[in-house]
Write a protein that binds this ligand. Structure first.
Ligand code: GLU
Length: 350
């Protein structure tokens, strides 16, 4: 066999497994995003997300061969603004297969940053075990940019996935040397390299000089959930309504007309709403739609039975889940039950 004729990635894998049979095995599942983005010049911000295949991303960090035996699979090639429930289901299925077959010791998912927090939370709720760490990463700058951040993030994410200390922590994300919990991570900057934070908790750990260090354990992130997607065919429809000063009730009435299964309010302050919205929420609840009060505020929580009488209104408080994460939990919750009290319990547990 002439190695010269093999793709670079295959050559690297063969060399690694020949040299280091005892290294942790990490599978990279590529979904697209800026980390796989390609631009026309090193100084231009314009680029196309999701173009570079996962094999080439691995080829860009040859030093990883000292730490892990890495292989790659392409799940999708999309900018994460085009992430879909169907791709989440495909990811979830493949991850659960890898866990069941013990094909790998860790999994890294390369992903655009725009909706990375949603994918992380979805997988945190649906992956059946966290004994094989699952770590999302991405980048803010494409591979062709000056000081591209993708190779470093990918390198560090592989270290986190390969590290036994990462087991039993739920789905994680690695960004800008921070290890963030998939439940709590949110995107907090539209353009900067340090784009992610967990505002209520902080990072659970860090990576520096190729060392993985943990400081915190998030007890709400590594829980057995009842959300088993292998038994779900259609996902309930849950939509988000953004509230603001003098916001009208029309949008809620529109969704009532569409017969959605659930609505999440991106409320003001502690999940508050104006009088017109409250009347529309009563109509939604009367129509059998489950309504969750979340907030447009990025930190803190929405407190049950605080300013709003949830019992009288029939609403569910989101606790510390932002609207896009609350939508995911309500969707998954509705695959199990239509009981408002049970759904509320999910929000206070997961
Ligand atoms: N909007 C694209 C995405 O989320 C590119 C941005 C990024 O990855 O940071 O995939």
């Amino acid at each position: 066999m002439r190695y010269r004729t093999l793709p670079l990635f295959l050559l690297i894998s063969l060399t690694l497994s020949a040299q280091n049979p005892n290294l942790p095995r990490v599978i990279i599942l590529g979904t697209g995003g800026t980390i796989a983005g390609s631009g026309t010049s090193s100084s231009r911000a314009g680029y196309t997300a999701g173009k570079i295949p996962v094999e080439d991303l691995i080829g860009g960090i040859p030093a990883i061969k000292e730490y892990a035996s890495v292989s790659g699979e392409q799940i999708s090639s999309v900018g994460s603004q085009d992430m879909t429930i169907a791709i989440w289901q495909k990811l979830d299925k493949r991850i659960n297969e890898i866990i069941a077959s013990k094909e790998a010791d860790g999994i890294v998912i390369t992903h655009g940053t725009d909706t990375q927090e949603e994918t992380a939370f979805f997988l945190n709720l649906t992956v059946r075990s966290s004994e094989i760490p699952v770590v999302l990463t991405g980048s803010m700058r494409p591979a062709t940019a000056i000081s591209a951040d993708g190779p470093k993030n990918l390198f560090d994410a592989i270290l986190v996935a390969a590290d036994p200390k990462s087991r039993g922590r739920g789905v994680l994300a690695l960004f800008d040397e921070n290890i963030l919990d998939g439940r709590d991570m949110i995107k907090v900057n539209t353009t900067k390299v340090g784009a992610f934070a967990a505002l209520n908790t902080g990072p659970v750990g860090q990576v520096y000089d190729a060392k993985v260090v943990y400081y915190l354990h998030n007890d709400r992130s590594d829980l057995r959930t009842p959300f088993d997607l292998s038994k779900v065919t259609t996902m309930p429809r849950v939509e988000i309504v953004y509230l603001y000063a003098d916001s009208p009730a029309d949008v809620i009435d529109f969704w009532i007309g569409k017969k959605v299964d659930g609505l999440v309010l991106a409320g003001v302050g502690n999940g508050n709403m104006n009088a017109a919205t409250m009347e529309a929420v009563k109509r939604a609840v009367a129509a059998g739609i489950k309504v969750v009060r979340s907030t447009r505020i990025p930190a803190g929580r929405v407190v049950l039975e605080d300013e709003v009488d949830d019992k009288a209104l029939g609403t569910i408080a989101s606790d510390d889940h932002n609207p896009q994460k609350a939508r995911i939990l309500l969707m998954l919750g509705l695959t199990q039950t239509k009981d408002t009290a049970k759904l509320q319990e999910y929000f206070l547990t997961y």
